[in-house]
Design a binder for this molecule. Sequence first.
Ligand code: NDP
Length: 457
Amino acid sequence: MTFTLQLPASSVSHYVQQFFDRLIAKNPGENEFHQAVKEVVETLVPCLERHPEFISNMILERLTEPDRIFQFRVTWQDDKGAIQVNKGYRVEFNNAIGPYKGGLRFHPTVNLGILKFLGFEQILKNSLTTVPMGGAKGGTDFDPKGKSDWEVMRFCQGFMKELYRHIGQNIDVPAGDIGVGGREIGYLFGEYKKLTHSWEGVLTGKGLAWGGSLIRPEATGYGATYFAEEMLNTRGDSLKGKICAVSGSGNVAQYTIEKVNQLGGKVITLSDSNGTILDKDGIQGDKWAFIMDLKNNRRGRIQEYADKFKCEYFEGMRPWFVKCDVAFPSATQNEINKEDAQMLVDHGCFVVSEGANMPSTPDAVEIFIKNKVLYGPGKAANAGGVATSGLEMAQNACFSNWTSAEVDTRLHNIMKNIHKTCVETAKEYGDPGNYVLGANIGGFLKVATSMLDQGLV
Ligand code: NDP
């Protein structure tokens, strides 16, 4: 049952502005959360004009207030026997369309504002995948960098000692994000099992031998690459022969390189929080294998690549000064600012596919849109990771394992469908080619309608 206010179109923008002012006042200091919400609600105006019931039923207000947030202390012992204390969080944001789902981030910059931005984005992203998953995010200010495997294990066990009581295969299913890969998921899963006496698909990104899915490690990078290819196809073009700049050198970056190479493009940059390497000959074959070993086993710095393969290294810089056709920001939020965006455009970049979450600042996005760059926002372009997590959950639920080809085909189809949703929705709401608007309204409609159907909860 809903009640509807008939708002004239002109008052919707005013309502959105007032809503946003209230959100800032209610959530002071959470800058990334404000940024993520603003970017979404600004584009929702034409949708709210058509659906005033979303306004009268306070859908924006409900959607931007997490269902619940857990914050807890994690106490653990380092290798020297000293006691360490970190903050742990889980933000269960919205489960209108499925169990809470979203990654865990282990990084010293983690705070509630960042996790709320990520959790909010996750609601719409998960909706776009068409796999039934709600939105959540969690993490800690623990920094895995420089820690031994034993220290990481003890931390993960301490983290799960609190988290386990809030999650479950039909309740909330965390996964990896920055600083959380296969090693961390293993330790977290082991502790969950021990504490609950239950083997269940409570985490995704698991090892293949214990319930993981083929192609899950590859999925975010592959998905962002498929999305770029789809965008290029709209102009009768493809990745073949394209020069690509990738940032980061973690999970998403690694598999973006692999897929770009497979599709005939050339990746010339990679970075980490210390600097950027530029390899004009392209990163492939042995060089790609070197990165995989460097970052996943030896856990070293990207500069070692430049030392080994005698290419240029730029200390303290991000890759956006290079000449490229396609950019794949795959490190972290706000890593492309206005000046970076302008440099990319000036140097001929005409496609941006976001592997990272919210890597472009609002004025960078404005530059991309103004210059007709094919700009795929993170919640659409990087949705392949969580979509494949959904496929991992499906395999766990029916105790089966699909082949690589089967999972990859499903992932590819999901990315094509997300692209189609963005394109069709943008057209339907009067701004063809605007993937930001298409992704936001496309993701929002299903969640908003589901919330209305389910009444006041
Ligand atoms: P990883 O931890 O595997 O890699 C992160 C990479 O980004 C590292 O090279 C890291 O460098 C760099 N980085 C992290 N923070 C910063 C920073 N503040 N400044 C500069 N460089 C930084 O993470 P992922 O590859 O999994 O995630 C990368 C991005 O993709 C994140 O935005 C994440 O939210 C997003 N994402 C990931 C998904 C997944 O499935 N993994 C799914 C969807 C989105 P260093 O090692 O020096 O810190």
